[in-house]
Design a protein around this ligand. Structure first.
Ligand SMILES: C[S@@+](CC[C@H](N)C(=O)[O-])C[C@H]1O[C@@H](n2cnc3c(N)ncnc32)[C@H](O)[C@@H]1O
Length: 284
């Protein structure tokens, strides 16, 4: 079996001898964990029948259908409290991972270790890990097949909460001054600066231009003694819509400016020029 760097990293983090692979799909994580770690118990779960059947077929190919258990159900709902020590939840959005853990909090909190690989919204996962009194022991970033992947190795032990900046950018990745992470943030910065902010700025300029014209028309129309009142209301309502659109775009533009400033601060830290605390103070 050709094992990806991502799956290999996930499996390398397993510290205990029982595993739940949540959202198993093809079952590769469970299979590789069996081959590499010789675990006493592995349960592969999926909410959908089709992926679970994929998993069962792959287990049969390797004569492991009686070794690795499969269970159909949402999240960790089919795992008993303290039945297994480690859970891997990988290849899903960060918000879905949080929802899965929240859905059966007692079971989630009974794991000794959570290995999580959110495809997006990593900051929300970091925040939630602390909310349930787990700590983030390691955080890794991987580049494979043109994509960046974040992997969080968490254990059931409370730790000091992070600052907002550390939740957003990953305290451990910043401290490690990870160069792959710097590449990732530079790409994000470029997207925000040259794509998102330019699009919004163009929209703002267009709104401003049209507003100026319409407001000029409105002034002239109001002064006209033979004016059609219903036409006047139409122009007034158009002006109002444009005003709203302009203020929404300006709000988005300001948000992007803050994101850009934070991205630049994080890149500065990764360059080794400063530290999180002083840059946070600088931003205020
Ligand atoms: C993209 S696959 C990831 C497969 C594997 N974990 C990996 O990282 O390679 C996502 C899988 O999660 C499953 N899934 C989605 N929501 C789920 C939930 N609430 N509980 C369990 N599995 C879920 C989907 O059916 C799908 O098989």
């Amino acid at each position: 079996m050709n094992i990806s760097k991502r799956i290999n990293t996930l499996v390398n983090f397993i510290e205990n001898d029982s595993l739940a692979d949540i959202g198993t799909d093809h079952g590769y994580i469970a299979l590789h964990a069996h081959n590499k770690k010789k675990l006493k118990k592995i349960i592969a779960c999926d909410i959908n029948k089709e992926p679970l059947n994929n998993c069962k077929n792959n287990l049969q190919k390797h004569n492991l259908e009686n070794v690795i258990e499969t269970r159909l159900g949402s999240g960790v709902s089919k795992i008993e409290i303290a039945e297994v020590e480690t859970a891997i939840i990988a290849g899903m959005g960060g918000n879905l991972i949080v929802d899965i853990l929240k859905e059966n909090l007692e079971i989630s909190k009974s794991f000794k270790q959570l290995i999580l690989q959110p495809q997006a919204s990593v900051a929300n996962v970091r925040r939630f890990i602390h909310e349930i009194d787990f700590s983030i022991l390691n955080e890794k970033i991987i580049f494979e097949d043109g994509r960046y992947y974040f992997i969080l190795n968490c254990i059931n032990k409370k730790e000091e909460p992070y600052t907002d900046f550390q939740y957003d950018f990953g305290k451990l990745l910043l401290e490690e001054k990870n160069s792959l992470y710097k590449d990732y943030l530079l790409i994000e910065l470029e997207k925000k600066m040259y794509v998102n902010s330019n699009i919004i700025d163009n929209a703002i300029q267009a709104d401003k231009y049209t507003l100026k014209k319409i407001k000029g028309m409105l002034g002239m129309y109001k002064a006209d003694e033979d004016k059609d009142e219903s036409e006047l209301r139409k122009i007034e309502s158009m002006t109002e819509d444009l005003d709203n659109s302009l203020s929404k775009n300006e709000e988005s533009f300001n948000k992007i400016k803050v994101i850009i400033l934070n991205l630049k601060a994080a890149i500065t830290i990764l360059n080794g020029d400063s530290n999180v605390i002083s840059l946070e103070n600088f931003r205020k």
